[in-house]
Ligand binder design. Structure first.
Ligand code: HEC
Length: 114
C-alpha cells in the first residue's frame, strides 16, 4: 500500500509518517555517497543515477563485479540492488542492505530528482 501511495497518490498521502527519502539518504548513504557530480567518496557520486550504467563514473573505485554487471540503474534495478547488493552483484563492495521496501521507495524517489 505504501508503494501505491508513493507512486500514485502522493498529493493525498504525503503524511508525516511517510518515510523521508532525503533524511534516509543522508543518514544511511551520505557517508559513502555524495550527490555532487565529480565528488566521489568511498562510493561513487549518485548524481543523475537514473539511466546511468553501473560502474560508469570516472575516478570512482569499483569492484570488478559491478563493472561486469551490465546493469543500468532505474527504479527497479535500484530497488533490487538496495535490498541486497551482494545478492544482485556477488562480489560488490557495497554491503549496506535496506530491508524496508517503503524506505527503498523513498530513497529511490529522492534520488530520481538528484
Ligand atoms: C559503507 C559505504 C557505503 C554505504 C553506506 C552505501 N554505499 Fe552505495 N556503494 C558503496 C561502494 C563502495 C560502491 C561501489 C560498489 C562496487 O564497486 O561493487 C557503491 C555503489 C553504489 C551504487 C552503484 C553506483 C554506480 O555508479 O554504479 C549505488 C546506486 C549505490 N551504491 C547506492 C547506495 C545507496 C542508495 C545507499 C544508501 C541506502 C548506499 N549506496 C550506501 C559504498 C556504500
Amino acid at each position: 500500500m505504501a508503494f501505491v501511495c508513493v507512486f500514485v497518490f502522493v498529493p493525498f498521502c504525503a503524511g508525516a509518517d511517510e518515510p523521508d527519502g532525503e533524511k534516509i539518504f543522508q543518514s544511511r548513504c551520505g557517508s559513502c555517497h555524495s550527490l555532487e557530480n565529480g565528488r566521489n567518496k568511498v562510493g561513487p557520486h549518485l548524481s543523475e543515477i537514473i539511466g546511468r550504467r553501473a560502474a560508469s563514473i570516472n575516478g570512482a573505485t569499483y569492484s570488478g563485479a559491478l563493472k561486469d554487471s551490465g546493469i543500468v540503474w532505474d527504479a527497479g534495478t535500484l530497488d533490487t540492488f538496495l535490498s541486497a547488493p551482494q545478492d544482485m552483484v556477488p562480489g560488490s563492495r557495497m554491503r549496506l542492505k535496506i530491508s524496508s521496501p517503503t524506505q527503498r521507495t523513498a530513497i529511490i524517489s529522492y534520488l530520481s530528482n538528484q
